[in-house]
Structures are given as structure tokens and as C-alpha cells.
Ligand binder design. Structure first.
Ligand SMILES: [Zn+2]
Length: 705
């Protein structure tokens, strides 16, 4: 390992050398060196947060070089063996560089024995939790984080390797890795899980997920095993969450026209995930917040995430964008193909509605002078995902269905298991359609200005979008709007009319009729659009509490409580059993309102005990034992009910400030900074310092200054 030590002069010299040696590494090693296969035998100790073991790589040289490097972050190497002999190498904590004459170009084997405590990319969840509430898990996230935090590898996505991993882990857990499970072996305390991949992939798609899971297995029309994982007590939820998985998989394979390129497909929910989902090859991980029951399904459907990550198995995993300039070849395609799969499930209006909503946002961004080109490597996700998807929708309209589908198929087959640029795709579409795509390329991929007129006139060919656009433009009379409410038209049109009218004045008779419709979408917008509930509509509004929607129940409970406070105990009684989403937003609202209602529960002598119990429940939700989504909801109402009077809540808040999910850490930091404006909290937090973990203490000290 290279270290900057000794005198300042030497230090500078050494650091210059170090920088030089980093710069000297070929930026595009993949052009000269081809790593073909990796075989790893790793042990993971979740309590020490340590990975150790051996990984061996087969590689070939396309031309004579004298150095070959791997990415390896903060590792300790016990052995580095090249072609059977100890290797000449340097390691600076970041790169492992082999220096050799590499006499045999076509056949080299490198064996690395190492250990590491990964700082990122591998996350250990719940291993400190002795309460038994939280679930013990381990999962990895490669994209944007780098697998080289836990395994010496090649971070460059253009280097595709066939990875076969064996993982040794504590008995009693499921260990999931890319590829097919070949072998499971137990000893007294450990189980060894060996997985096999048949085809190469980029290292950012390498993944491990470990936890306590059950699964169901379906088989796709083409014979691919589809495994859906769930926590042991979520069997019922799995039925609803994964309801459309097999159908979506079959739709995608049929639409894309290229056989699914891997051995199997697994979907695994994990806690405290960094994204909605991640398309690791054959092993999609997604936020367990998407696990829903039959009621939750209406408002939070996993289908879109499910289809998006599946589509990536072709677009991203089979063909990988060579650089960020071509990132839309992954995200634009996954977004577009997810919509195509959903179109089969939910219909044309759904498809056009989603595209229209994206187009609206992009038009606004562009009108504000913030438009971005799809091929701008620094573009935001709205551009990569949504503008990219709209570009494909337009391209298909320009070329026609058959030519588009043939072009996509040829593109995937020609570049399978390698990396691609935008021209690789457009060349195939130009060939299959015989069209000159120069104009499309300029307008849709190169220009930062969004072609609002072009896309809107395309989308309004769908009758529903046309009606919606005319409605927003104010083209309909009140009578025509009323007719639309009665008509068989997609629900956003009706929701728009209701929200707009109720924002002006509330017509009791008109609203009463809408309540009576029994329509889920209409009743949901009624719940949200009536900030002040006219007493004449009270009983209709109260009936919303019984609707099969957690969002409707949450919205209406809060408004009823505020509008008719005297009846609060009755509303609380009616909703005390509702479970809500996994993020507990409904339960947390209920607890807050129950604590804040002086007359609840009815029997006065039970009140003190009940309120203390509810307060404790809420306090519990701020702790590390719960997922960050639950904690975020609990912290959001903590100040209002004086939860921070308790030191445990303050400690939990400081812990949240150093959480790996940045958005959660950030809102927690804002809350902490607000508290610190009061001397009382400042003093109490200072007193807590000695009880905190090192990372928490360091952070708190930095803000106390
Ligand atoms: Zn994606």
C-alpha cells in the first residue's frame, strides 16, 4: 500500500508520484485487456461488517502491455498471485497495479486474497438491533457506488466479466447473488452458497442480497424461472405486489423480440434501499416500501418499477451505454418499455396520460430556459428517463411499428453482451426503416429545447389527451364539463374538473352527486379538494373513511379531525385498526391525532395510560429498528407532539443525520438544525455526546460548533 508519510518534502514528492501513477493508468484499459471470468470465494461477517476471501480472474491481452490494474478500495491484500507465482504489484488503497511482462497474451490468471470493511456499496441493515423488530439484511448497490468497495474488480462498465460467486454466510439466511444457484453447503454455523453466471456483465450490476426470505417461483412463457422473494410474514402482500410480474415479463419478451438473455430472474425487496429499484443482472432489488396489501395496491403499484427493472435486463445489462452521453440508451429505454408493458395491462389512455404528464414537465423545464439535451452526459433524470422515452415514442411514430421493432431487435442481437453508443442504435433503425434520421437526432437527442408542439400534437391524437388539453385550456362550458363527469372518459379529466370547481366554491348538491358515484378516483379527489367541509356534506365526507384506499382514508381523517373536532373520538375509533402502507404514514397520523385529542379515548381514567402508550409507539418509530420511511414520517410530526422532550428521540434524530439514504439524512439534518436554535436542545444534545457512536458524535460536534 502506498502511503503519504515522512517529511513534508518527501510527502509532496510521494503524493506527486502517486497522482502520476494514477494518471498513467490507461483510461480505457478494456480496449487492451479483456477480463473474461471471475471466480470468488467470499465470507461475509455482518457483525464485523467485513468481507474476506479470494477472487481469481482470467484475462487476456489484446496487445502487449506492462501494467494491468484493478479497482479495489481500502482493501488489505494477503496474497496477489499471477499465473501461479507471487505477483509484482503496487497498491495505493484505490488501484491494484500489476507490473509484469505478461508473456502469454491469451491466458493469464490472477488470484487475490483480501479483506475489506466496505464503506459504501454494501449495506448492513439491522445487525445492531437486539429488539427483534427490524429485519437483519445485507444488500449491495453497484450503480453510482462501485462494487470495488467490496470486491477487487474493474469499475469500467465497458469491461464485461462472467462472475461466479460463492458466499459463506451465517446459517439461517438466504443468500442471493446474480445467476443460478448451483450448490448450497452447510457446516455447523455457516452456509456456503455458490452461484453461476453463463454470460458476462459490467461490474456495477454485480449484487448480493441476504436476509430472511420466502419465495414463489413462476415460469415465463419462454421457460425462464421467475422468483419473487418476500419476508416470511408478507405472504399475503406478495400476492398483490407481484400480481402482474409474470405477465409483464412475457409482454416485454414479446415486445422486444429478443429472448431474455440470462438464466433466471429474481426480485427481492430490501429495507432502507437507496432507490425505488435496481436492475442487477438476474437480481433486481427494490424498496420493500412497495410491498402492499389489497388496499395499498390501488394507490401504490409496484408494476412500473417491476417493468422498468425487467426492461433493463436487455437495455443496460445486455447492451450497456459506453458512457454517460449515451445513458438514455438505458434509462430512456427502460422507461419506454415499462410503459409499453403497462399499456398492455392498463390500456392506451394510461400510456398516453403518462407520456403527456412527462411532456408537460419537460415543456415547463424548457420554457424556463432549463431544457436539456438527451445526450448531455450531465442531464437530470427527467431528461434521461422521460425525454428519452418520449424520443422513442416519436421515433416509432416516424418509422412505423414494424421497422422500429426490427431495428431494436437487430441492435440488441448485434451488440449483445457488449457496450453501445447512440449511433449503434440509430444505424439499425435507419437500416430497418430506410429513413433519414438526421432531423430526429438533432431535435430529440441533441437540442436542449423541448419540441413541445411536435409531441403535443402527437399525443393529442389520443382522444382522452385531446379532451384533457382542451379542458385545461378552458375550452369547455360548465354544461360540457358536467357531461364529461357523466361520460366514460379516463379519470384525470374528471379529477381536474372536480379539483378546479371545489377550489372556487363548493356546490353541495353537485358534490353530493359525485360522492354517490362510488368511483374510487372521484372520491379520492373529493377527499383532497374539500379543505373546508360544508356541514351539509359531513355525512358524505365521513363515508370516505370506509373507502378502500389508504390515501383517501389518511386525507379524510385529517380533514375531518380539523373540520369537526368535536367528533374526533368517533373518527379515531373508526380508523384505529387501519394498517396503511409499510411506511406507517396512516398509523403515525392516527397516533398524532389521538395524542392531540383531549377527549380521546372516551373514558377519562384510561386517557393518561393510553396517551403514554401511543407516545411510546411513536417514539419507537423514530428508532433505527424501523425503515427510514417510517422514521421520516415519525420525525415529521415529532415536534408537534413534543416527542423531542425525550432524549431517545433526540438520539434517534442524530443517528438519522448520518443515515446512508441521503434524502432522509438531509431532512433529519434540517430538523436538527432547527432544534439547535433553542438553547435547551443545544445543552441536551451536548450532554448526549458521550453516548453517541463515533460517526454520530463527529456529525453532532460539527453542527454544535
Ligand atoms: Zn432505470
Amino acid at each position: 500500500m502506498l502511503m503519504c508519510t515522512t517529511t513534508l518534502k518527501n510527502q509532496l514528492f510521494y503524493c506527486v508520484l502517486l497522482v502520476f501513477s494514477i494518471l498513467k493508468l490507461p483510461a480505457q484499459q478494456y480496449r487492451d485487456v479483456d477480463f473474461t471470468r471471475a471466480e470468488a470465494q467470499l465470507s461475509i461477517d455482518p457483525y464485523k461488517r467485513e468481507v474476506s476471501g479470494t477472487v481469481s480472474y482470467d484475462f487476456q491481452l489484446r496487445k502487449q502491455v506492462d501494467t494491468v490494474y484493478l479497482d479495489a478500495r481500502n482493501m488489505k491484500f494477503d496474497k496477489v498471485v499471477l499465473n501461479g507465482s507471487p505477483a509484482q504489484y503496487t497498491y495505493n488503497g484505490r488501484y491494484l497495479v500489476l507490473n509484469d511482462s505478461f508473456e502469454n497474451l491469451s491466458k493469464n490468471k490472477l488470484e487475490l486474497t483480501y479483506r475489506v470493511n466496505p464503506e459504501k456499496a454494501m449495506y448492513f441493515i439491522g445487525w445492531n438491533d437486539s429488539s427483534g423488530i427490524g429485519k437483519k439484511q445485507l444488500w449491495t448497490q453497484g450503480q453510482g457506488r462501485y462494487a470495488s468497495h467490496w470486491i477487487p474488480t474493474i469499475d469500467d462498465r465497458n469491461e464485461k466479466v462472467e462472475y461466479d460467486l460463492c458466499i459463506c454466510f451465517l446459517k439461517g439466511y438466504n443468500v442471493l447473488v446474480n445467476g443460478e444457484l448451483k450448490d448450497v453447503n452447510d457446516n455447523d454455523t455457516l452456509t456456503k452458497w455458490c452461484y453461476d453466471m453463463k454470460r458476462p456483465m459490467s461490474s456495477y450490476l454485480l449484487a448480493i442480497a441476504i436476509g430472511n426470505y420466502h419465495k414463489t417461483t413462476a415460469v415465463s412463457r419462454g421457460g425462464v424461472p421467475l422468483e419473487c422473494y418476500f419476508y416470511p410474514d408478507d405472504e399475503e402482500l406478495a400476492k398483490y405486489t407481484y400480481k402482474h410480474s409474470t405477465t409483464i415479463f412475457n409482454h416485454l419478451e414479446e415486445e422486444i423480440g429478443v429472448k431474455y438473455p440470462w438464466q433466471n430472474y429474481k426480485q427481492v425487496p430490501v429495507r432502507d434501499f437507496l432507490h425505488a429499484g435496481m436492475e442487477n443482472t438476474t437480481l433486481t432489488l427494490f424498496s420493500d416500501n412497495f410491498m402492499v396489501d389489497s388496499i395499498g395496491l390501488k394507490d401504490r403499484d409496484y408494476s412500473n418499477v417491476c417493468a422498468h427493472e425487467m426492461a433493463h435486463q436487455w437495455f443496460g445489462n445486455l447492451v450497456t451505454a459506453r458512457s454517460d452521453t449515451h445513458h438514455w440508451l438505458q434509462e430512456g429505454f427502460a422507461t419506454y418499455y415499462a410503459l409499453l408493458a403497462e399499456r398492455k395491462l392498463l390500456g392506451d389512455d394510461y400510456y398516453y396520460w403518462k407520456l403527456y404528464r412527462s411532456a408537460e414537465m419537460l415543456a415547463e423545464q424548457s420554457a424556463e430556459g432549463m431544457g436539456e439535451a438527451v445526450m448531455d452526459p450531465k442531464a437530470n433524470s427527467l431528461t434521461f428517463y422521460e425525454k428519452g422515452a418520449l424520443a422513442l415514442h416519436r421515433l416509432r411514430a416516424i418509422t412505423g411499428d414494424a421497422a422500429f421493432r426490427k431495428g431494436v431487435k437487430d441492435y440488441l442481437q448485434k451488440h449483445a453482451y457488449s457496450s453501445v453508443e447512440t449511433s449503434d442504435f440509430l444505424d439499425e433503425i435507419a437500416a430497418s426503416s430506410g429513413k433519414d434520421l438526421t432531423g430526429f437526432y438533432q431535435v430529440w437527442l441533441q437540442d436542449s429545447i423541448f419540441p413541445t408542439e411536435e409531441i403535443m400534437s402527437d399525443l393529442r391524437k389520443n382522444k382522452f389527451v385531446d379532451t384533457y388539453m382542451r379542458l385545461v385550456a378552458g375550452e369547455f362550458s360548465e354544461k360540457e364539463e358536467n357531461a364529461l363527469l357523466e361520460a366514460d372518459v379516463y379519470y384525470p379529466v374528471k379529477q381536474y374538473i372536480i379539483a378546479k370547481r371545489n377550489a372556487d366554491t363548493v356546490d353541495v348538491a353537485w358534490n353530493r352527486k359525485l360522492f354517490a358515484s362510488g368511483d374510487f378516483h372521484l372520491r379520492q379527489v373529493l377527499a383532497m379538494s374539500l379543505e373546508r367541509i360544508p356541514p351539509d356534506l359531513k355525512s358524505e365526507y365521513e363515508s370516505l373513511l370506509q373507502d378502500h384506499s389508504y390515501i383517501t382514508a389518511e386525507q379524510s381523517l385529517f380533514r375531518l379531525w380539523r373540520n369537526f373536532n368535536a367528533d374526533a373520538p368517533r373518527y379515531l375509533d373508526q380508523t384505529k385498526q387501519l394498517s396503511g402502507f409499510r411506511d406507517k404514514s396512516l398509523r403515525i397520523l392516527w397516533l398524532a391525532l389521538a395524542i392531540l385529542t383531549p377527549t380521546y379515548p372516551d373514558v377519562a381514567e384510561n386517557r393518561e395510560e393510553a396517551k403514554a402508550r401511543w407516545r411510546n409507539e411513536l417514539l419507537g418509530y423514530t428508532s433505527e429498528n424501523y425503515a427510514f420511511e417510517v422514521r421520516r414520517n415519525a420525525f415529521a410530526i415529532a415536534s408537534q407532539i413534543g416527542l423531542f422532550k425525550d432524549n431517545a428521540a433526540l438520539k434517534n434524530l442524530v443517528n438519522a443525520c448520518v443515515h446512508h439514504v441521503w434524502s432522509f439524512a438531509s431532512t433529519s439534518r434540517n430538523t436538527l438544525v432547527k432544534l439547535l436554535k433553542e438553547q435547551e436542545y443545544k445543552d441536551r444534545l451536548e450532554e448526549l455526546l458521550p453516548q453517541l457512536e463515533a460517526k454520530e458524535r463527529k456529525y453532532l460536534e460539527s453542527v454544535l460548533k
